[in-house]
Write a protein that binds this ligand. Structure first.
Ligand code: F6P
Length: 486
């Protein structure tokens, strides 16, 4: 039973993101089961101090979320008695058809594909009447966020708008509330200008002008920030200063910043020492014995390049039979975006490739590959603790926190095989073994190099990786951006 609570004061700091810190499922007895949200964006924003007068505005992502939002006064989950970890959370109940077009068709099938450069000959963009309808829903969804933010913000409040779902929100919000200090952060890569211009001209302009509604627009790396500046110059004819990192367009200047999110070392070490993780470590040890362990942990996401990673492992076993019986690949590929056919097909391809590898190499006393497709955070932490090698090979990735989290927890001092197309490459490239993610044989050789690296060198590298990975923990990452909004 949900109790109505009185409205609270307006917030001094507002966070806005599609996925919020909690989501719901409906239990058989009609009550809600609450789950904490996952992913890089949610873990970074969760570092904010709830006592600082913060409200987090997010979308209802499912029917259960919508029902929970509807039962809460004004969508305020915390005021309806849900455990939001002390966080004030407003969940927006956007109608399902509008939400699906905005989230699945535009955010995840268009903007995600553009920024990760995922279109190929089998899946080419077609911007027709149907797209226009979807785009109108994306505008409506962004407008719902702008309206909610405008309603909840105290005078002069700071607003931090997150990611590709909400590119139009900064401008829509500025039109409503010129007194606010608006920040925008892109968690994905930003597309090179030629690729970005696959979008219809008016849509490309709207996206860029949407982001430029912010006072401060930030990215994980200089590479993504530079691509954004290029787009502003080419598409909008904006005045761009690459030294000062500013864009001037239509009489306003937006500052551009770079804040490469790091891992939360203290949280990880504390969490990884808890009993549920210990139990997974014990179980894994029994499964793997004293064999070397290659670990990967991803959402089953096209950009994560899981299939090529598996093919690289197969090539390693074919070319280096000395590893037969001596290595195990633990691949965690968690479900993601199964509303989209491309993701369902990709998940099937991951399973198929894994089964082929097992079929080709398994013996009665050696299981060369263990694929887990269910999300289990404690089990992932256990795998990080035990890893000899961690494989992170996305074809394009805004940052990639697995590359940063694993070296912090690895007890043996893991080697990191890392794609040069991940944002994390800019912080970790010096001590990782760097690969071109399309190069399967090159990745196989990198795995071999990682497995054979001298212990002292591997441990020293891992120590430096962990230090670089935790240089900008989420709390500081957030604080720096809030300071930039002063
Ligand atoms: O990479 C940016 C990001 O926002 C991640 O933080 C998150 O895991 C993903 O994109 C979005 O995933 P989802 O669609 O499951 O919210």
């Amino acid at each position: 039973k949900l109790a109505a609570m009185p409205p609270t004061d307006k917030a001094a700091i507002l966070l806005a993101s599609n996925r919020g810190p909690v989501s719901f499922t409906l239990k058989d007895d009609g009550t809600f089961a609450l789950k904490r949200g996952g992913g890089g964006l949610v873990s970074s924003l969760s570092a904010i101090d709830p006592s600082a007068g913060v409200i987090w505005i997010c979308a209802a992502l499912s029917d259960a979320d919508r029902r929970a939002a509807r039962h809460a006064p004004g969508g305020r989950l915390d005021q309806a008695g849900h455990d939001t970890g002390g966080q004030a959370v407003r969940m927006l109940d956007i109608d399902p058809a509008t939400f699906n077009r905005a989230y699945n068709a535009i955010a995840n099938s268009t903007l995600w594909f553009i920024h990760h450069m995922l279109y190929d000959t089998a899946n080419q963009p077609v911007f027709d009447a149907r797209f226009r309808k979807e785009w109108a829903s994306y505008e409506a969804y962004n407008t719902a966020f702008a309206d909610a933010l405008a309603a909840d913000a105290a005078k002069g409040a700071k607003v931090m708008v997150q990611d590709y779902h909400l590119t139009l929100t900064p401008r829509l919000l500025r039109d409503r509330r010129a007194d606010l200090r608006i920040g925008y952060f892109t968690h994905t890569p930003w597309a090179p200008s030629e690729y970005f211009q696959l979008l219809p001209d008016d849509v490309a302009r709207e996206v860029l002008e949407g982001v430029l509604g912010a006072d401060y627009a930030a990215f994980h790396t200089r590479r993504w920030a530079g691509a954004f500046l290029d787009c502003c110059e080419t598409v909008l004819g904006a005045k761009v200063d690459r030294e000062e990192l500013t864009v001037t367009h239509a009489g306003r200047t937006t500052r551009v910043g770079v804040h490469g999110l790091g891992a939360d070392g203290d949280f990880l070490r504390d969490r990884a020492a808890q009993t549920d993780v210990e139990a997974h470590v014990t179980a894994l040890r029994e499964q793997v014995g004293d064999r070397k362990l290659i670990v990967r942990v991803d959402r089953t996401e096209l950009s994560k390049n899981i299939v090529r990673g598996l093919l690289a492992y197969r090539h390693l076993l074919r070319e280096h039979p000395e590893w037969h019986g001596r290595v195990v690949h633990l691949a965690f590929a968690y479900p993601s975006r199964h509303d989209l056919p491309e993701y369902r097909e990709y998940t099937a391809a991951v399973r198929r490739t894994a089964a082929e590898i097992v079929e080709e190499f398994a013996t009665p006393d050696w299981q060369p590959l263990i694929l887990h497709v269910n999300d289990d955070f404690p089990r992932s932490l256990a795998a990080y603790r035990m890893a000899d090698v961690v494989l992170v090979n996305p074809i394009r990735d805004g940052m990639n926190l697995v590359a940063k989290e694993a070296p912090v927890l690895s007890e043996k001092g893991c080697a990191l095989v890392l794609s040069r197309e991940a944002g994390a490459f800019f912080d970790l490239g010096q001590d990782a073994i760097v690969v071109n993610p399309y190069d399967v044989t090159g990745t196989a050789e990198a795995l071999h190099q990682a497995l054979t690296m001298d212990d002292a060198e591997r441990i020293a590298r891992c120590r430096r990786l962990a230090a670089a990975a935790t240089a900008l923990p989420p709390g500081k990452w957030l604080a720096d951006q809030l300071a930039a909004l002063e």
